[in-house]
Design a protein around this ligand. Structure first.
Ligand code: FAD
Length: 409
């Protein structure tokens, strides 16, 4: 028998589950999440840097700036309520060349405009007070940055979703969508599901899911792999918290950084190289369909014609301890290639438009009976509860949902 729902969220990553949990808590609906994999969080959510971003980088007034600021507070409050471990350890953004100082200044101004507290400029002599083994021409201390394991957060969202009557269906990849009057028929790997509305949080597949649901997104998801190296256990004393470079403002990526994890391990990365398979974490790292989707898209050629040199540099650095160590030595000179061992990798679902611009801000669009999250890069995990609030608000308006008597205002 076909199951019927009011809303189905596609994707059990942090955004799909945060949104489904929020809707289940607030509205009188039958709601399900369908997930392609046998487990939740196997893609971006389970493969990220585990950083609670403060909101430093983002253009004031942008969705990233607002949702990171609000979402970070919501996240910490929820973690406190439910005993989820995290640590607000702060981070140091280090300029290693005088040419980076205007950008460091700009970051500080953005941070203040975005409501960050406790930002402090650090002169070279003071850097060792924050990070004893680091060096640079100047730095910015960002005390509100933290670390967390987003898989624990995801488990909490899934638990709360279930407690509010939501259904999570694993191994149920969405294969096609057809419209049947006022309902959508979803063909999944586990049979047909009927729903009045759909929310697309499919990350690396979100453009394809949008097209299945009849939308015509003006972007293409281009996957950018980020490789990590692990710092040897005997060298963990080289880092107290987190060290970031001053990012290149032309790209939405933050540059190779050093991150302490909650378990005490230290990761270096991630770099950013074009991936030829959207979910190609291990071999084979090539899929004809995914490679064609990226390489036949005019936007990629336009991007490549502007940034091929930087792209080549990232390729050469991928898999090379020596080149990775050279990038890290700029701010921690004691790190050598022998201190690094290959670690994991993640793949970013980055939206690119036909003009060749990498979209920087979060993008949410709607089509008939559906909402689509089409760009949710970092700090999407930090901002998950704020993004879920926005999606819930838009769903309530577009789908005319009925609030529960006891729900939030
Ligand atoms: C390398 C890296 C480092 C990052 N570091 C940070 C960080 O430190 N801090 C931070 O805040 N953010 C960080 N981010 C960003 C953050 O991880 C993402 O913004 C967030 O995880 C996006 O969540 P999501 O639910 O949209 O996507 P995902 O977690 O990718 O979830 C999408 C889900 O959809 C499912 N799916 C896809 N297609 C279908 C289908 N057809 N049917 C059913 N299910 C489907 C997938 O299996 C997957 O489970 C990082 C991201 C990466 C890649």
């Amino acid at each position: 028998m076909t199951e019927r729902f009011d809303v189905v969220c596609v994707g059990a990553g942090i955004l799909g589950l945060a949104t489904a949990m929020t809707l289940a808590q607030r509205y009188q609906i039958r709601i399900a999440v369908i997930e392609a994999e046998r487990q939740t969080g196997l893609h971006q959510t389970g493969r990220n840097s585990g950083v609670i971003h403060s909101g430093l980088y983002y253009k004031p007034g942008s969705l990233k700036a607002r949702n990171c600021y609000v979402g970070r507070r919501q996240l910490l409050e929820l973690c406190d309520q439910h005993g989820i471990e995290y640590e607000v350890c702060g981070k140091l953004v280090i300029a290693t060349d005088k040419s980076e100082l205007p950008r460091l200044e700009e970051l500080e101004q953005r941070g203040r405009a975005n409501g960050l507290e406790g930002l402090k400029r650090v002169v070279p002599e003071e850097i060792p007070q924050y990070e004893p083994h680091a060096t640079g021409v100047e730095a910015l201390w960002v005390p509100e940055t933290g670390i967390i394991n987003y898989s624990s957060v995801l488990d909490l969202y899934a638990k709360q979703f279930a407690e509010h009557g939501g259904l999570l269906r694993l191994a149920a990849r969405l294969r096609s969508v057809s419209s049947d009057g006022d309902r959508l028929q979803l063909e999944t790997a586990q049979g047909t599901i009927e729903t009045k509305h759909l929310i697309n949080c499919a990350g690396l597949q979100s453009d394809r899911v949008a097209r299945m649901a009849g939308a015509k997104p003006k972007i293409r998801i281009v996957p950018f792999r980020g490789d990590y190296f692990d710092l040897k256990e005997s060298k963990r004393n080289l880092l107290r918290g987190l060290i970031y470079p001053v990012p290149d403002p032309r790209f939405p990526f933050l540059g190779v950084h050093l991150t302490r994890r909650l378990d005490g391990s230290i990761e270096a990365g991630p770099n950013a190289v074009l991936a030829l398979r959207r979910e190609g974490y291990e071999a084979p790292r090539f899929s004809a369909r995914d490679a064609a989707s990226a390489l036949l898209y005019p936007g990629l050629w336009r991007l490549g014609s502007r940034f091929w040199k930087i792209g080549m540099g990232e390729y050469l650095r991928a898999g090379s301890e020596r080149r990775f160590a050279a990038a890290l030595q700029k701010f921690v000179p004691e790190i050598t290639e022998n201190d690094l061992a290959p670690g994991g990798c993640g793949i970013r679902a980055q939206a690119l438009n036909a003009k060749g611009d990498l979209l920087d801000d979060f993008v949410i669009e709607h089509s008939d009976r559906a909402l689509h999250v089409l760009n949710a890069p970092s700090p999407g995990a930090t901002a998950s509860l704020a993004i879920a609030d926005q999606l819930a608000e838009r769903a309530s308006k577009h789908f005319a949902l009925t609030p529960l008597a006891t729900s939030h205002p």
